[in-house]
Design a binder for this molecule. Structure first.
Ligand code: SF4
Length: 623
């Protein structure tokens, strides 16, 4: 089918045609006859979200440097486009060459959040491809997936042919180049999958059958292909310095979530917050050199014309040369009349100086993430931040003229009691008092945002029971009353969404049936409150016979085989268990920059974190 001939008719019917036209600055157009493997990079959400995702820019750049590979993009079409495509009988297509997805060699999804899973099924279906891997033929593309949610791949095991676990910069081009050879040799899909199943980071779910105990827990993973590995080791790029980073990124025609130049300063985190999956699965810390970062920033700004520069990492000021880097970037941005955004800074005098410099009189708002309301609970979750850190920083911020403080907390954390919720209100109240003390009154407000704790795979809390939807609602109501404080605004997340997120975060293969029913019910773009349809999800639970409590409010025992144990994140289970035990005992584990905590990752890769000089600690905030 020649899609470009029908494109005009489609575009006339939709709200934001620029989502579907391609042709942006920085995209790559290749002669398709000169490439051997065609890869559609799929982001299972709207264009504006996907184009703000740095991982897409990184892999697009790397894959298109390979002469045999052509990487194109596809995003989840908005409902108006879905309707128009149905009406005009047009399947999902790539933005670069308007090729139907069905004609590609690979459809590769990035799995950034669980609530995008139904959109994956919808995108496969819109491509005219059977959603179940078992029903697909040799003529269909191989459907692969990677990203943080691939660390528990099981809910998607029935739909995805192959998962890539870990850093994709080396493993993805290697996989696609191997496919080019396999294609030339005329190998079948099954033969190809067998030929790569022992490569690091490759998980082929169809090579395993899961056997369950009578109580519903996993009994064993039975290999259906003898050569498949017992566990799949995650890919780790040992150093970022040599890994290509985009200097001519794609620049969208329309406004996206983040319209700015972005440079990743480092990957990994040493802080060890026990709820944080990113902190566990991206270990160890790997830094780019300061000169490289500045060079990349200069090139990106010159090539894109962006008016803002931001740094990407899990914790900006943990970069070992943060002060000289920030000073140089501030000078550079001033010279170029570009604004600088430094998310999640540690609270110290230097950071305030930087913020004064980059925000000037604007002072848009300071964000603090204490995560829990009392020191006891912050110790349980290993959030290395004290009340003194928060209040000292707030005082400094107020003295410097900030008028809006945003606070982020989680509720439903392990061992939480109502005293911990009272602690949230106490912090908000104390901040109002500090303002009164410093300024004597006047305009000032505090926003308290509360999200629901969702236990994640490969974290010390992977065995923990999640609060029920009813408990979350009760706690929100309690906080609503407690936070009736003049100048304080209270926001919270949808309880039902957190429950479904939790099912897929720790689900086994059987939760794929729930997902399939949800897709059949029409669930799509569930990360958007205006599209999330609770009734459809409830129908899907009924039809699939899913016991939600089994996946959410049930505590797992340490000796239970967890569905994601097939994946080896390189952090040892014994470390996670000892962290879980320390949480119950309210014991903290110091940041491993101060000394290795023994997480096990240095058995796989040299741990840069050990070589980085210990720096003064402090709380995180961003502005
Ligand atoms: S091996 Fe030690 S230093 Fe390295 S990330 Fe793990 S705890 Fe930190």
């Amino acid at each position: 089918m020649i899609i470009s001939e029908k494109l005009n008719a489609l575009l006339k019917q939709v709200e934001k045609p620029a989502r579907y036209i391609g042709g942006e600055t920085g995209i790559v157009i290749k002669n398709i006859d000169e490439t051997k493997v065609r890869f559609a990079f799929a982001f299972p959400d709207l264009y504006e979200i996907g184009m703000s995702y740095m991982g897409l820019q990184i892999l697009y750049n790397i894959l298109n440097k390979e002469s045999d590979i052509y990487c194109e993009r596809v995003f989840a079409p908005a409902p108006d486009m879905v309707a128009a495509m149905k009406k005009e009988n047009v399947p999902l297509f790539t933005l670069e060459t308007k090729t139907p997805i069905k004609e590609m060699d690979f459809l590769g999804f990035t799995l950034q959040y669980e609530m995008s899973f139904s959109s994956i099924l919808k995108m496969i279906d819109l491509s005219g491809i059977p959603v179940l891997a078992s029903e697909r033929s040799e003529a269909d593309p191989l459907i692969i997936a990677g990203g943080p949610c691939a660390y528990n791949p099981e809910p998607l095991a029935d739909f995805i042919d192959l998962f890539i676990i870990g850093d994709g910069e080396k493993s993805l081009p290697a996989l696609l180049n191997k496919y080019a050879d396999a294609k030339e040799k005329g190998m079948t899909k099954a033969e190809f999958l067998k030929s790569v199943v022992n490569d690091t980071g490759i998980y082929v779910p169809s090579f395993y059958d899961v056997v369950y105990n009578e109580d519903g827990t996993v009994k064993e993973y039975k290999k259906l292909y003898d050569e498949a590995p017992d566990r799949v080791e995650r890919c780790i790029v040992p150093s970022l310095e040599e890994i290509p980073f985009p200097t001519e990124p794609m620049v969208p025609f329309i406004e996206t979530v983040h319209d700015r130049a972005v440079v990743e300063t480092f990957r990994g985190c040493t802080r060890g917050c026990r709820f944080c999956q990113a902190g566990m699965i991206y270990r160890p810390v790997r830094e780019r050199s300061k000169d490289k970062i500045i060079d990349l920033a200069r090139k990106q700004l010159a090539n894109t014309g962006h008016e803002e520069l931001s740094l990407l990492s899990l914790s900006t000021s943990d970069y070992s040369a943060f002060e000289p880097l920030a000073i140089e970037l501030m000078q550079e941005c001033k010279k170029q009349n570009v604004s600088l955004s430094l998310p999640s800074l540690r609270l110290d005098t230097f950071s305030f100086k930087v913020l004064e410099e980059i925000q000037g009189y604007k002072k848009s708002g300071l964000t603090f993430a204490p995560e829990a309301g009392t020191q006891r609970l912050r110790d349980v979750i290993n959030k290395g931040i004290t009340e003194k850190d928060i209040f000292d920083a707030v005082r400094q911020a107020v003295e410097l003229g900030w008028k809006h403080i945003k606070l982020y907390f989680m509720i439903g954390l392990p061992t939480e009691t109502y005293s911990d919720l009272d602690g949230i209100a106490d912090i908000a109240r104390k901040i109002m008092e500090i303002h009164k003390d410093v300024c004597g009154g006047g305009r000032f407000n505090v926003t308290v945002s509360v999200s629901n704790f969702v236990p994640k795979a490969h974290t010390p809390f992977q065995w923990t029971a999640q609060d029920s939807t009813e408990n979350f609602t009760e706690k929100h109501n309690y906080l609503h009353e407690k936070l009736k404080i003049k100048g304080v605004t209270f926001n919270y997340h949808d309880d039902a969404v957190s429950t479904y997120e939790a099912v897929f975060a720790r689900g086994d293969r059987r939760t794929g049936k729930l997902l399939l029913e949800a897709f059949r019910q029409g669930c799509y773009l569930d990360g958007w409150s205006e599209h999330f349809d609770l009734e459809k999800w409830q129908n899907a639970i009924e039809l699939s016979g899913t016991d939600i409590d089994f996946y959410t409010t049930r505590k797992r025992e340490f000796d239970e085989i967890l569905p994601w144990q097939i994946i080896d994140s390189a952090v040892t289970t014994s470390f996670l268990k000892s962290e879980a035990q320390k949480a119950v005992n309210e014991q903290v584990t110091p940041d491993c920059r101060y000394g290795c905590a023994g997480c096990g990752i240095n058995r796989r890769v040299k741990c840069e974190a050990e070589g980085i000089l210990a720096k003064k600690g402090g709380a995180d905030f961003s502005a």
